[in-house]
Design a binder for this molecule. Structure first.
Ligand code: CUA
Length: 343
């Protein structure tokens, strides 16, 4: 008996804690990844659909819940041979509960199919196509019409439609820039599509939304929307080849980049052609690295180069992610001096 009471009390406590947790998460004002605050026309279309569906769904939910509780109490059995009056074949009632859901589902169905077609239409004409490839555990962005390859930060101009082709180099990922579009899976051997468009310049956060192994949670992404003029500047810089230093600390770092094997995994246009890790040609034009989880600065790069799997869980023994190259402090500082020239 005593044990039953304590189990019941524990359930009440658990419920109270869960309710408090739920309540406290409701207090935040601005989330960095908020699909309820769409920032572009494609996200707007999805948002509009869910707002239309949400109100009647909420009304029906409370109506049904109220009726369930009401009927359970009003018609509860008061004695063993107590039974409510049995009715069968009430035409009026049956028509009502057939026609109302039919009409509701028809409206929701038509609006949903319409939205699905609208957001899946691949735009043509004055657009900027981008190929997004999911890797364990970072994002690669290629601009086939501009000849640019970059990672983790997707730069786009505002007011332009960006038809995205989604690919994967290994397992299934899901590309989800929350404020700009819905999530779409990146599936090995397939090409999926979504379209992005940002109205205002800014940085929009997102992340991989399909469990893809050890560092799934560390597979974040950023979409950086520029005004068309700023985008043109970014583009011109990305199209420049890397200038490889030959002397000083940076020159030593450039040599280490090859002798330590970095070049086997990372491309630096005109210098190395590795295809496994992110292209580093203009690394220092980025704000973040390693699946967009760390700010790109000397301090974070130093810790990263000292022991990458300690900073972000990876499985280099299985070919997934960057191994610990056992670099000395001097080698790390030379490599960083080199990387800092890549802007
Ligand atoms: Cu990629 Cu989860």
């Amino acid at each position: 008996m005593r044990r039953r009471v304590s189990a019941a009390r524990r359930r009440v406590m658990l419920g109270a804690v869960a309710a408090l947790g739920l309540l406290s998460t409701g207090c935040a004002q601005k989330f960095p990844q908020d699909p309820l605050r769409p920032e572009g026309p494609y996200a707007d279309k999805i948002d509009r659909l869910w707002r239309i569906v949400f109100v009647p769904a909420a009304v029906i939910f409370f109506l049904v819940m109220f009726l369930v509780v009401y009927v359970a109490i009003r018609y509860r059995s008061r004695s063993d041979d107590d039974a409510p009056v049995q009715t069968h074949g009430n035409i009026k009632l049956e028509l009502t509960w057939t026609i109302i859901p039919f009409v509701l589902l028809l409206v929701i169905g038509v609006l949903t199919v319409q939205t699905v077609f609208e957001i899946n239409k691949i735009p043509k004409g004055n657009v900027l196509p981008v190929t997004v490839t999911g890797h364990q555990w970072w994002w690669e962005y290629r601009y086939p019409t501009l000849g640019i390859t970059t990672a983790n930060e997707l730069h786009i101009p505002t007011g332009k439609k960006i038809p995205v082709t989604l690919e994967s180099a290994d397992v299934i990922h899901s590309f989800w820039p929350t404020e700009l579009a819905g999530k779409v899976d990146a599936i090995p051997g397939r090409h999926n599509h979504l379209t992005l468009e940002a109205v205002k310049p800014g940085t929009y956060l997102g992340q991989c939304a399909e469990y893809c192994g050890l560092s799934h949670a560390n597979m974040r992404l950023r979409v950086i929307a520029h005004t068309p003029a700023d985008f043109a500047k970014w583009q011109a810089n990305q199209q420049k080849p890397a200038v490889i230093p030959t002397d000083g600390d940076a020159g030593t770092g450039a040599a280490l980049f090859k002798s330590k094997g970095c070049s086997g995994c990372h491309s630096i246009n005109g210098y190395s052609a590795g295809q496994v890790g992110p292209n580093l040609t203009h690394l220092y034009s980025r704000q973040v690295f390693a699946g967009a989880i760390f700010p790109l600065d000397e301090q974070h790069l130093t810790r990263w180069l000292r022991d990458p799997p300690a900073e972000k869980p990876m499985l280099p023994q299985n070919g997934l992610g960057m191994p610990n190259l056992k670099l000395s402090d001097q080698e790390i500082s030379s490599l960083i001096a080199f990387l800092q020239t890549l802007h």
